[in-house]
Design a protein around this ligand. Sequence first.
Ligand code: APR
Length: 235
Amino acid sequence: MSAAKRSYQQCVILTGAGISAESGLKTFRGADGLWEGHRPEEVASIEAWERDPETVLRFYNERRRQVRAARPNAAHSALAQLEDHFPVTIVTQNVDDLHERAGSRKVLHLHGEILWARSEKDPDHRVYLENRDISPGDRCPRGGQLRPDIVWFGEPVPAMMEAAEIVARADLFAVVGSSLQVYPAASLLDLVPEHCDRFAIDPALPASARSLGFESIPLPASEGVPVWVERMLAK
Ligand code: APR
């Protein structure tokens, strides 16, 4: 890959489920969307957890197995290579670790990380799960039941402030594979500075990105992101 001619000072990539689709992980709102077997409120809310923790644990144990079996695709790898040329922050809505496994070094997970558990009593007690499931009765030293370290619908997004500060300083911004229908993550687009170059890589350009002047690259991520990275480095 050639050296970049133009030097961007802060490149931010907002990713969604679409960047992991070609790694075999289902998106949420596509025709065969992940929620198909469940309604989101059945498995991804604090009410669901309090009502039926076993179903919630089973749902995330199954998704965690799928994440472990998945591999980063060319889109994840191309974003990692971008870091050799510009400061890059990945702000992801995804709970998989494919960006990290592809080599990205600064990844902000707005919605948590499926390979981690945390105590329902002590949010600072986090456990890396490696190849383990979370079962009813798995407790932290203070006796709190372990739960997926996921931000459920209706819960606050701890990384949002840091993400907002970084986006507000961006001079290059791209959204890859997100329908931009979930807040507060989608509101990051409103913080993209006026002068910032902005792109959306997604076969279906979300209306909000179109209305904010994003240049559309209507390709699947594994094809569109490497093409886009080459373009950014050739500027
Ligand atoms: N390459 C690029 N984009 C793709 C691909 C692909 N191969 N396949 C699908 N897409 C696009 C779709 O066009 C859509 O715009 O990815 C997007 C997926 O949108 P969603 O399924 O809504 O996923 P996302 O935007 O990440 O959802 C946000 O919603 O349910 C919550 O917490 C969950 O983090 C998730 C959040």
